[in-house]
Design a protein around this ligand. Structure first.
Ligand code: FPP
Length: 241
């Protein structure tokens, strides 16, 4: 917090606009998701090249289960295919994949694919790619409260001992630094239940480009925008220098 970093250590992205991208071209919504995988590939490559250490992608929110069954199925099969196809390149680039979210609602096949990509990339040391799938920030915080309450009930923690660190360390993202930069493509300026605790001091960036159009040069533009911002963490300018 004391030193100004020009490259964000952790970038988190809400990949919005796939459906609109497809509709604008007279295609089915899932075709926008397929095209979005190319943008994922480019963001990962650019993150590695620029020295970003953590990249979190909001791939499927808990609310997304409410979409038409065929779109949900297309997304699940796209996750499976993508993790199989991309694994060699991710390993070659030194990327370690971690999945955050519920998991229990996935089919066994999807769960196994996600576990396999975590296992096969576990040695990656350049970038941690966090896939938020069946993720809800409110559920994550509720789970954390439940876990902490259990510790208090079992006498392992007193209410006075509960700190910001206790809460942060009980989230799915325990051990991962908070995002420095959160990007949402597609022109909407909201966080939609994504990393609400972790976003406390993040810089927010809302490009109007739809996710399938957001490519390497656009990721780098986001990094440049971040570098030009002054982060104060509640202090005055001199205090953070
Ligand atoms: C939001 O756009 C996008 C999603 C719900 C899915 C994002 C998933 C991918 C890009 C696939 C990524 C794959 C891996 C393995 C990470 P939207 O459908 O809400 O777009 P709209 O706002 O235009 O309707």
């Amino acid at each position: 917090m004391s030193e100004k970093r020009t490259v964000p250590r952790h970038v988190a992205i809400i990949m919005d606009g796939n459906g609109r991208w497809a509709k604008q071209r007279g295609k089915e919504r899932y075709e926008g998701h397929i095209e979005g995988v190319t943008s994922v590939r480019e963001a990962v490559k650019s993150a590695v090249r620029n020295g970003v250490e953590y990249l979190t992608l909001y791939a499927f929110s808990t609310e997304n289960w409410g979409r038409p069954a065929e779109e949900v199925e297309a997304l699940m099969s796209l996750f499976c295919r993508s993790v199989i196809n991309e694994a060699p390149e991710l390993i070659a680039q030194g990327v370690r994949v971690k999945v955050i979210g519920h998991r229990s609602r996935f089919s066994r096949q999807v769960r196994e694919h996600l576990e396999e990509i975590e296992r096969s990339t576990a040695q990656g040391e350049r970038l941690t790619l966090i896939l938020a799938i069946d993720y809800s920030s409110r559920d994550e915080m509720t789970d954390a409260v439940r876990r902490i309450a259990r510790e208090v009930a079992e006498g392992r923690l007193t209410p006075e001992e509960i700190s910001v660190q206790t809460v942060g360390g009980s989230l799915y993202t325990a051990g991962i630094p908070d995002p420095d930069l959160i990007v949402r493509t597609g022109g909407e300026s909201r966080l939609s239940n994504f990393l609400l605790w972790q976003a406390s001091y993040a810089e927010l960036y809302f490009p109007t480009l739809l996710w399938p159009d957001f490519r390497e040069a656009d990721f780098e533009e986001a990094l440049r925008a971040y570098a030009s911002r002054e982060r104060r963490f509640g202090l005055v300018s001199d205090g953070v220098k």
